[in-house]
Design a protein around this ligand. Structure first.
Ligand code: R5P
Length: 289
């Protein structure tokens, strides 16, 4: 894997895609860049404290990296580099570049993440932003994670024809890894995309079994791993479900084995403490994409 890339990029990519099994366990906490203090991630330092020992890489905004992560962490960081939108916009697709490759390298990022919104009003702009980011990142051998994002209007367009189209376009522009959603017929999305794919978790699912099933099926059908957020840190027992996901991603566990592990780890000591009042509006806002 990654035989076609230069030494610097390969070294950075290998901090994300593990050499031993070619798998990725990335925790996504970048949601605040357009959703603000998202339910479950109101205080990032607190929310991630018990999670960092279990992951390979952390996807986050440059601001939260500097304020909430200590520099001695032995982790790969994937920095959110597109933005300019907020949840208060009619849709969330109006993004441009918000972080230079130079600043990302200064922050010791292993990659930058750029979202594209295929089929939306700002498709063209977000694709040009991806191109600009890839060209700039190439100067530093800095990998780019291309995210096939859906806006509010395309929220339900998570199906194979759309995701195959979006993933392939992102790969054609030169992204090193594509992040997309799982869907029925996902193996076809993977087969039509020439670079490794990781999946987002999407809005919080009902049960731990749902999360583990999603992870298992995605890997079985060709994903190299997960870049998951809300289904970990909005759950009742974030460290427990994260270790269940890890057991599947890196341990080859079945859903039943992972679920059993989560059951043994989910107890009062691993329960997430709700520090703020959570309204229905908070829940709805955090599940709009
Ligand atoms: C958007 O909020 C971000 O790009 C997230 O990193 C992405 O949606 C993955 O997080 P989740 O698993 O919560 O969907």
């Amino acid at each position: 894997m990654f035989d076609h890339v230069g030494w610097g990029k390969k070294n950075r990519l290998r901090k994300i895609v593990q050499q031993e099994d070619n798998r990725v366990l990335m925790l996504a906490i970048d949601h605040g860049y357009f959703m603000g203090p998202t339910h479950g991630m109101e205080k990032p330092r607190v929310a991630i404290h018990e999670l960092l020992p279990h992951i390979d890489s952390l996807m986050l905004s440059p601001g939260i990296l500097k304020t909430d992560v200590d520099p001695d962490q032995d982790l790969a960081f994937v920095l959110r580099a597109s933005g300019g939108n907020s949840v208060l916009d009619p849709d969330i697709d109006d993004e441009e570049l918000i972080l230079s490759a130079k600043e990302a390298v200064r922050l010791n990022a292993s990659a930058i993440a750029i979202s594209v919104y295929i089929g939306t009003e700002h498709q063209h702009q977000t694709l040009l932003t991806l191109a600009e980011a890839i060209n700039e990142a190439a100067e530093y051998d800095l990998p780019v994670l291309g995210v096939t994002a859906v806006g509010k209007k395309l929220k339900d367009k998570k199906e194979k024809r759309y995701l195959a189209l979006a993933s392939r376009i992102v790969a054609e522009y030169g992204a090193d890894i594509v992040k997309t959603y799982y869907c029925d017929g996902f193996s076809e999305v993977v087969a039509k995309c020439p670079v490794p794919i990781v999946i987002a978790g999407g809005p919080k699912l009902e049960t731990y079994e749902d999360v583990l099933n999603l992870t298992y099926k995605a890997l079985q059908e060709g994903a190299v791993g997960v870049d998951m957020g809300r289904n970990i840190w909005q759950s009742e027992h974030p460290a427990a479900i994260l270790q269940g996901v890890k057991a599947i991603v890196h341990g080859g566990a079945s859903v039943a084995e992972a679920l059993e592990l989560v059951g043994t780890l989910a107890n009062a000591s691993t329960a997430r403490q709700e520090e703020f009042e959570v309204t229905q509006e908070d829940i709805e806002i955090s599940s709009l994409h």
